[in-house]
Design a protein around this ligand. Structure first.
Ligand SMILES: [Zn+2]
Length: 243
């Protein structure tokens, strides 16, 4: 019955299988809570992006390490401190991490605009000569664009799943708490914060802080947890797929 429902409605069969990677493989993942210190990021009535980014990053770390014995998650900052983009990239590179996710919240010129976005760096915006040895370090992301695109697609796909309330028996309760009204969008862009990151890397904008719906779910521990859960699932799946 569940299979028929999935065929009819195209829900679960568009999803990769539940993914936790094997325990005998070890990976380092870098989660980057963007902004910090005197750099607040978006600030809407005292609700600051830097704080939400840090909260979300800590939730993702907790969930990833709990679910996967083989994954070590390091945060570029675990307190309210300022770091340059270059320092974040250099830190991630020094860890020889398998992937890098920069967590942001957005501000839209149109306050009606809502939803998360996932970005990867656009190769066509970086005019680098061919051959790794002659690239300067800010262009090193060029080598990972294919994998970065894949990671962005996985994160979008898993976050999109939170749109679909699953009523089938045995489904994961945490995964089912819907974050309503969100859309899938992975985009390429010129992303200064991913320059110099020598591994698959994406920027996740969790939502628009000046949109009232987005603001309410980003302030709510429960919905923030749901988003963290889906990002964790996407990371697990990406690493499993890489193996
Ligand atoms: Zn930001």
């Amino acid at each position: 019955m569940a299979v028929i429902a999935a065929m009819l409605f195209g829900t679960r069969d568009t999803m990769p299988p539940e993914a936790d990677i094997a325990q005998n493989t070890s990976y380092t993942v870098v989660i980057d809570p963007a902004h910090g210190g005197g750099d607040w990021g978006v600030n809407v009535h005292g609700i600051m992006e830097k704080d939400i980014n840090l909260k979300a990053a800590k939730l993702i770390k907790l969930k990833l390490e709990k679910a996967n014995a083989g994954i070590t998650v390091v945060l570029t900052r675990d307190n309210d401190s300022f770091l340059t983009d270059a320092a974040r990239a250099g830190f991630a590179n020094s860890k020889k991490a398998s992937l890098f996710i920069s967590i942001h919240c957005d501000y839209s010129a149109n306050p009606q605009a809502e939803g998360y976005k996932v970005y990867y760096s656009a190769g066509d915006n970086i005019a680098g000569p061919a051959g790794r040895e002659v690239l300067d370090w800010t262009r090193v992301q060029l080598y990972h664009i294919g994998e970065s695109m894949k990671l962005a697609a996985f994160i979008s796909q898993y976050m999109q799943a939170s749109l679909i309330p699953e009523s089938g028996a045995g489904a994961n309760a945490e995964a089912n708490s819907a974050v309503a009204g969100k859309y899938r969008k992975e985009q390429s862009a010129a992303l200064a914060s991913l320059e110099g990151v020598d591994m698959p890397a994406v920027v996740v904008e969790l939502g628009n802080l000046n949109n009232s719906n987005d603001l309410s779910y980003l302030k709510d521990e429960k919905t923030l947890n749901t988003m963290a859960y889906h990002i964790k699932e996407a990371i697990s799946y990406f690493l499993k797929d890489k193996k």
